[in-house]
Design a protein around this ligand. Structure first.
Ligand SMILES: [Zn+2]
Length: 267
């Protein structure tokens, strides 16, 4: 059973201190042993890289034997049937809560705050994180970076909104707020309750998307995840991409076989 806590990070101890005025900063410093146990030492390269994830733990079985894995190359999408459930996004600003997970820069959402609905199904935003290069391919092309906004429903179903980024003149404010505060140490967390970001600023104006059923792109590679891939990319500056690469460059799982899965296109 996967709960949102599975996507928040690893075993951590908490250190709190007060800074000037009303800003409370909380840092979480990882316990090396528990982090290693939860992680099973997976990486993006070498002996613990994507081709070996399934062998690192029985819990990672789907990484090797799954038939509906992510990411995929999006092509040959069919027009969505008219009765396909509609996506509705209800995001509001969230206080800063950033984790350097050891695999990505991640923002933890305040539980029960931001939600989306797909038809009658409600999903809460749990966290969002970034991959560079982007994991999904559109017609074989990869982007410089993507954002994955991970949501969970009350009955434990997962839905990820994915956004591609291209280089441009316009800096992304959410990404900048994060880059200004990401802890250098893997496993560390930074909370700043006095500063908020709105995850809506990560999403393109045009909400057209591709959708298919896939998996988590990191161990345990759990399937049954609804993917919604916005077609229109957002922009980040070269400076922002370089700053992201200071933390992670190459946290990208290779493309997985589609195995006949249907991909739908929603305008
Ligand atoms: Zn991801």
């Amino acid at each position: 059973m996967l709960t949102p806590s599975h996507f928040r990070g690893y075993g951590m101890t908490k250190i709190k201190w007060k800074s000037s005025g009303a800003i409370l900063i909380t840092a979480f410093v990882s316990l090396t042993t528990s982090a290693a146990e939860t992680n099973h030492g997976w990486t993006y390269t070498g002996n613990h890289g994507p081709a070996h994830w399934g062998a690192l733990s029985e819990a990672f079985h789907a990484c090797e034997s799954g038939r509906a894995e992510s990411p995929i190359n999006i092509e040959g999408a069919k027009k969505a049937p008219a009765d396909m459930p509609r996506l509705k996004i209800n995001y509001a600003p969230l206080p800063i809560d950033i984790v350097n997970t050891g695999h990505a820069v991640q923002f933890n959402a305040t539980p029960g705050t931001d939600s989306i609905t797909l038809g009658d199904h409600a999903y809460q935003l749990v966290q969002f994180h970034f991959h560079s290069p982007g994991e999904e391919r559109f017609g074989g092309k990869e982007s410089v970076m993507d954002a994955h906004l991970v949501h969970s429903s009350a009955d434990g179903k997962l839905l990820v909104l994915a956004v591609q980024f291209k280089l441009g003149e316009r800096a992304n404010p959410v990404i900048q707020a994060m880059l200004d505060r990401v802890p250098n140490e893997a496993g560390a967390e930074m909370k700043v309750t006095a500063v908020t970001v709105n995850p809506l600023d990560l999403l393109p104006k045009n909400k057209g998307y591709y959708t298919y059923s896939g998996s988590l792109t990191t161990p345990p590679c759990t399937e049954g995840v609804t993917w919604i891939e916005f077609k229109e990319p957002m922009t980040i500056t070269k400076q922002q991409l370089d700053a992201m690469h200071h933390f992670y460059n190459g946290n990208q799982r290779p493309v997985q076989p589609t195995n006949g899965r249907e991909i739908f296109e929603v305008d």
